[in-house]
Design a protein around this ligand. Structure first.
Ligand SMILES: N[C@@H](CCC(=O)N[C@@H](CS)C(=O)NCC(=O)O)C(=O)O
Length: 216
């Protein structure tokens, strides 16, 4: 079955899928969304036009959190998503809470970036709101370095690329990313940054951030 992953190096949501592929050894043909993410052409491939998306012969698969689990399933399982129902539910809970509450809070910042002339006050307010939600999210974390204890999981991989983007972008708007401030997030950031697969995907994202936004 043909399968194509629509992705760019800049996309933090795409980086989630790329990371799970790296850890599991699953590979897809990769393409940049034709006409760009959100274009009418991309909407012919995937209704909302967003990346990442995986196009199969008979359907398109969307939403990075679902795609991460799809890649794990294709690999026949992975320690990133252990078998215990409680741990699986805990991992999914952190991933979904991150996207609902942290991403929900920071969304106005992304919308401002899209305008090409971001309003610094709106950006700062979104960053402050996201910092609060990050603080709440860490209350779901276990003791230990990674989000859910000593083992890397899909929860860490879901959070990592967004954390990288924020760490690079916050200073451009006079902010300091919470990963440099809040102790639990600082410990988490240091642990995930040392994982070679994550460091490798981060360097691809960093090169893309520098290309698109210049030196942040
Ligand atoms: N909830 C989606 C978000 C994906 C998303 O927003 N992707 C961005 C690129 S990083 C995109 O395609 N933007 C184009 C648009 O919103 O039109 C996911 O997790 O896959």
């Amino acid at each position: 079955m043909a399968s194509t992953l629509y992705i760019t190096d800049l996309s933090p949501f795409g980086a989630r899928v790329r990371l799970v592929c790296k850890f599991t050894g699953i590979a897809f043909d990769e393409l940049t969304p034709p006409g760009g993410a959100g274009s009418d052409t991309m909407k012919q491939i995937s209704p909302f036009g967003k990346m990442p998306a995986i196009s199969l012969d008979d359907r398109v698969l969307v939403e990075s959190l679902a795609l991460m689990e799809y890649v794990v399933d294709k690999a026949g399982g992975s320690p990133l998503m252990p078998q215990s129902p409680e741990r699986r539910a805990a991992i999914r809970g952190v991933m979904l809470a991150h996207d609902h509450y942290v991403m929900g809070a920071v969304w106005p910042f992304f919308l401002q970036l899209r305008t090409g002339k971001p309003d610094p006050a709106i950006c700062r307010a979104a960053m402050d709101a996201a910092d609060v939600q990050y603080g709440v999210l860490t209350r779901l974390f276990d003791e230990g370095t990674f989000a859910l204890g000593g083992e890397l999981s899909l929860a860490d991989i879901a959070m990592a690329p967004l954390a990288l983007l924020f760490t690079r972008m916050y200073p451009a708007f006079g902010g300091t990313a919470p990963f440099n401030v809040q102790p639990r997030l600082k410990a988490w950031w240091s642990a995930i940054s040392d994982v070679p697969e994550i460091a490798d995907v981060f360097s691809r994202m960093d090169a893309a951030i520098a290309r698109v936004f210049g030196k942040t």
